[in-house]
Design a protein around this ligand. Structure first.
Ligand code: URA
Ligand code: SF4
Length: 217
């Protein structure tokens, strides 16, 4: 894998606290300039399950923690419904800084999808987190995470719920099963009458991912 631009900021360490401290000074792409802070992953040190979102949103950028805003609340409900304890998981994002545009009037910050350059630039942090946590299962929430970890052209609608592996080029030292499902925000953005079904499908995918790590390879 062509080394992302965060590479020179990533210490040679599997200690999550050291990684997080170093990430707070990352300038591997331009996103650090406008955002408030690096939002590093958070959760259990040796978690069985790692959840990977896209990038922090407005509330995450203010709080410094992943998935604490509206998408995080929906994710929490889905984890509850799937009988997964969030405190037993490690939760992070493919990109660690919030990318946004300002609303034309007012100060509201509107989420902007990270580009391939930013996803690639930030990947070394994600790789370091996977090496540090050594999860049995990684669940990609949405296409950004899946394209960062499974395949560059991955399509969630076509391949959600299937069991994959990390791209070998990432050079990760462990070999977790990797699943992809929809991003919680896509459910919030979807039509009201489709939400219940979309939510149930997310819960099904989360359950299937957890079952896989209990069954033989
Ligand atoms: N969306 C994400 O992908 N990650 C977060 O942390 C919050 C919203
Ligand atoms: Fe570094 Fe990632 Fe932030 Fe870019 S988004 S500055 S690569 S931590």
């Amino acid at each position: 894998m062509d080394d992302g631009d965060a590479d020179k900021f990533v210490p040679d360490s599997r200690d999550l606290r050291r990684l997080k401290a170093a990430a707070s000074n990352c300038r591997g792409c331009g996103l650090y300039r406008e955002a408030n802070q690096t939002v590093f992953g958070n959760g259990k040190k040796a978690a069985t399950l790692m959840l990977v979102g896209e990038q922090p949103g407005d509330q995450e950028d203010n709080a410094g923690k992943p998935f604490v805003g509206p998408a995080g609340k929906l994710l929490q409900r889905a984890l509850d419904a799937a009988d997964i304890d969030r405190s037993e998981a490690y939760v992070t994002n493919a990109v660690k800084h919030f990318k946004f545009v300002r609303a034309e009037r007012g100060t509201r910050r509107i989420h902007k999808k990270p580009g391939r350059g930013e996803i690639d630039a930030c990947r070394p942090w994600l790789v370091a987190e996977i090496d540090a946590v050594e999860p049995d299962v990684v669940v990609c929430l949405g296409a950004t995470a899946a394209q960062s970890l499974i395949a560059r052209d991955f399509r969630v609608t076509a391949h959600r719920g299937e069991r994959h592996h990390l791209m070998p080029e990432l050079g990760v030292h462990c070999d977790p099963f990797v699943f992809a499902t929809v991003h919680p925000s896509s459910i919030l953005r979807g039509a009201r009458d489709e939400r219940e079904r979309a939510f149930a499908d997310l819960v099904t995918d989360l359950r299937a991912a957890m079952v896989s790590c209990q069954s033989p390879r």
